[in-house]
Write a protein that binds this ligand. Structure first.
Ligand code: GLY
Length: 316
């Protein structure tokens, strides 16, 4: 091994040790286990556990991400994911989602999608079955239908409302709240993938697109480095390409939590206010993970072969 390579390897080892110490100081359990799945908010625990099981059973990492997110898209009230999520100002639910696959830097995304049960699957089909990266609105819906994805008849208001009530029995406690799912997965072979799905900001203008389907904002994956995902007020994430920046700081050697904190601090410094409602998760190719956000109640879920946990926002 030549001198510069020796230095690089030693530097990387020191970086890992420093990252582990920082993680321990933040109360984050031991890191480095693979496969690894990390998701935003406690409700993603079903998704992280399901995704991990698919990985442990030898399933494809994209199936782990997609099927994991299906559970949250189909699940219960008080969050803004899936057709049971929060309607826009016109009373309709418009969904945003994206998916990224590290090898080949592949991505697919849908925005302002109506009436499709699994927007994450629509995003995956855009990635795998079209020559495009992003489809929006009616075009995205028609594409999803052509791909055979399940639809819920939003044109029939009465039927749709009846269906929605069964999915979302109560109105959200905080109308402005954002509970997007971002789910990041690292396979035992080092492959990284991620997905993001949301109904976005409650009461948003029809046609409003948030950070979740925007690559580098709601989600970013780089197979050489790691991945990051966002939840919160999309407008405050997408103006900074925040998840891209987190991954780039990890590329420079920061541990996931350190990279997130650095990005949030930069955004706070620029905005000069603290009511940003931006929260992030990240993992790197070494199996380290982290999270932080401006919302004290932000929690995240982690699943590895040795643990399945919901962890608190360790703060900035
Ligand atoms: N982060 C989701 C949204 O703002 O739409």
């Amino acid at each position: 091994m030549n001198m510069s390579r020796r230095k690089f390897v030693r530097g990387a080892a020191l970086g890992l040790a420093a990252g582990a110490a920082a993680a321990r100081a933040q109360g984050v359990p031991e890191q480095g286990e693979m496969p690894l799945v990390v998701g935003t908010w406690p409700f993603s625990k079903f998704s992280t556990d399901a995704a991990l099981k698919i990985l442990l059973d030898g399933g494809p990492i994209l199936d782990a991400v997609e099927r994991g997110i299906w559970l949250t898209e189909d699940a219960a009230p008080e969050k803004s994911v899936g057709l049971g999520g929060r309607p826009n100002a016109a009373g309709f639910v418009q969904l945003d989602a994206c998916i990224m696959f590290g090898p080949g830097h592949k991505a697919g995304s849908v925005a302002a999608l109506e009436g499709i049960r699994h927007p994450i699957s629509a995003a995956r089909r855009v990635m795998e079955k079209s020559t495009h990266v992003m489809l929006a609105g009616e075009g995205a819906r028609v594409f999803a239908l052509e791909q055979g994805l399940e639809s819920i008849p939003v044109d029939d208001r009465e039927l749709y409302e009846k269906w929605r009530q069964t999915r979302s029995a109560q109105p959200p406690k905080k109308p402005g709240n954002h509970d997007t799912i971002a789910l990041l997965a690292l396979g035992a072979d080092g492959t990284i993938a991620g997905g993001c799905s949301t109904s976005g900001l409650a009461g948003k203008l029809p046609g409003r697109v948030g950070d979740s389907p925007i690559l580098g904002s709601g989600l970013y994956v780089d197979n050489d480095v790691g991945a990051a995902g966002a939840t919160g007020v999309g407008e405050n994430v997408m103006r900074y390409c925040a998840t891209f920046m987190i991954v780039e700081f990890m590329r420079q050697g920061l541990a996931p939590h350190e990279a997130i904190v650095k990005v949030i601090q930069r955004i706070i410094q620029s905005e000069r206010r603290d009511d940003l409602h931006i929260n992030f998760i990240a993992l790197d190719k070494h199996g380290r993970y982290g999270a932080a956000g401006t919302d004290g109640n932000f929690k995240y879920a982690v699943a590895t072969p040795g643990k399945s946990l919901v962890l608190n926002n360790p703060g900035l």
